[in-house]
Write a protein that binds this ligand. Structure first.
Ligand code: KG4
Ligand code: ZN
Length: 335
């Protein structure tokens, strides 16, 4: 079932995200985000130092309907006005994905509206589409807690994976280094804060660079930081954080450079939680502007997992006349 014949820029599109530890509902109305509500589970998981899948899915179940109702109230939208629903169905935690897809399917069925299953990684880059005229083909890099993926974007919805991490994801390494430095979970933003007080040239942490491939590897730097701390302790934690952040940033910029040498693009898109890191953003923007490539960064509030970016990508699926998904609970979790 296709959405009504209404023009796309007048549609109300709901985006639902429950792939990991954020329950989120976004509403795209007249091509702008009217709401993007996120119920984070950070405090539920932090005492375990990582995400507990069973706790995550239970928390999604408790929050999702309340959040949806609140989003409608906040925007003054009645459910009959909804034109389409987009929901993350991959990748992520199985139980968590099932809560979102079940809710979306039930809602779509009750309202007799189409539902679109969305790859939440692609949606990380869709956060860059809002109010931007992108020149295709473009390159895109997602740096999140679970993934580090480099894509060639043929258009808004056709993405070709060029490379990914062979071991830990970049955000995961930030979190692990955060834990080594006794910082709260998730450690990424705390490492960044601590790094502001340190000297990035103090320590030299090596990062593996995989030649002739767009793949990344971050476990080497994690091990290097670990051995340094085993030997010297964390007395100079700010220098450790700053030198680690610099090494990671340098290695990402090297890959970005390889990619723009091979694909002569005008635009390079960036999304995912780690892209909130101001240091990394600034270094990437500086580097690309020297090379004449425009860096389009996901706005900081759309970097983390959120329903807004799911609604944005759904609008491009509709624009491309993609067939809606069946009213079935089909999920493709992270293996
Ligand atoms: O995209 P996201 O919400 O989750 C996944 O889809 O995986 O990203 C979460 C990741 C966490 O690893 C978190 O530590 C990291 O993003 N992160 C940061 C910063 N803010 C969040 N990493 C480095 N610097 C930051 N400021
Ligand atoms: Zn994500």
């Amino acid at each position: 079932m296709f959405p009504s014949q209404k023009s796309l820029d007048k549609m109300v599109i709901i985006g639902i995200e429950t792939s990991c530890d954020e329950t989120s509902i976004g509403i795209l109305k007249d091509s702008q985000l009217a709401a993007n509500l996120i119920a984070s589970q950070e405090t539920l998981h932090s005492r375990f130092g990582g995400i507990v899948p069973e706790i995550a899915s239970r928390a999604h179940l408790e929050k999702i309907a309340i959040l949806f109702r609140y989003a409608l109230e906040k925007t003054g939208i009645v459910s009959e006005k909804i034109d389409a629903i987009g929901v993350t169905n991959k990748p992520g935690l199985k139980g968590s994905l099932m809560i979102g897809v079940s809710f979306a399917t039930g809602l779509a069925y009750a309202l007799k509206k189409p539902v679109y299953h969305i790859n939440h990684l692609h949606a990380h880059l869709a956060a860059c589409y809002l109010n931007q005229n992108i020149s295709f083909p473009a390159l895109g890099l997602i740096i999140s807690g679970g993934h580090t993926n480099l894509y060639l974007l043929r258009d808004h919805i056709n993405l070709h994976l060029l490379g990914k991490t062979r071991d830990d994801a970049c955000g995961e390494v930030f979190d692990k280094v955060g834990r080594m430095l006794n910082l709260p979970f998730p450690g990424g933003m705390h490492v960044e804060k601590l790094a502001q007080k340190g000297d990035e040239k103090k320590l030299n942490f090596p990062v593996a660079f995989i030649k002739d491939s767009f793949d990344f590897s971050f476990s080497g730097i994690k091990t290097a930081v670990y051995y340094y701390i085993m030997k010297h302790g964390i007395k100079n934690a700010p220098d450790i954080a700053a030198s680690f952040q610099k090494a990671i940033t340098d290695s990402i910029i090297m890959k970005i450079n390889d990619a723009i040498e091979m694909f002569k693009v005008k635009d390079f898109l960036f999304g995912g939680g780690v892209i909130r890191n101001e240091y990394l953003r600034k270094k990437i923007i500086e580097h690309l502007s020297k090379k004449g490539v425009r860096a389009i960064m996901s706005p900081p509030d759309l970097c983390m997992d959120n329903g807004g970016k799911i609604a944005i990508l759904t609008s491009y699926m509709i624009a491309a006349r993609k067939k809606p998904s069946p009213y079935k609970i089909l999920v493709y979790p992270t293996k």
